[in-house]
Design a protein around this ligand. Sequence first.
Ligand SMILES: [Zn+2]
Length: 165
Amino acid sequence: MARPCLCCNHPERDKIDAAIVGGVNAEAISKQYGITKQALWRHRSAHLPKAAIEAAKAERAEAEGRRGATLLEQAHELLDKARDLLAKAEDSGDIQTALRGVKEARECLVFIGRLTGDVEPDAINIVVHAQFVNFQQLIIDALAPYPDARAAVAARLAHISEQAP
Ligand SMILES: [Zn+2]
């Protein structure tokens, strides 16, 4: 005689089924409803429609993919905007605004790098280091009486920043 299924006979069977299909881990369900993991697995494989489990799993994977893509897409949009503004500021010879654009673009790049895993969260990057940023500003300010030199230095600094991750 087959053993009666603890899950099927459980007063909260609907919630248990929903948790299994929803991908809640067996450990958590087991603790919450006082059912052994073995009983859960038996119920899952013998009494739950596989199609429902697979469909829910596929749905979750797709939703996660969408979230990741959306965040990355938004970061790329911001980067494009920062580059646009940077180009405009450069065209109009507005060095201060151009430098701000460089900084924004650089932050977008770092953020994108973190999303894609290309940048370690705690990687030390001299270009975003506060002292280096201050140092850049100091040079730019000191060159105020020499606009040509100032523009040349700013362009080189922007180039360094662009190569940063
Ligand atoms: Zn069952």
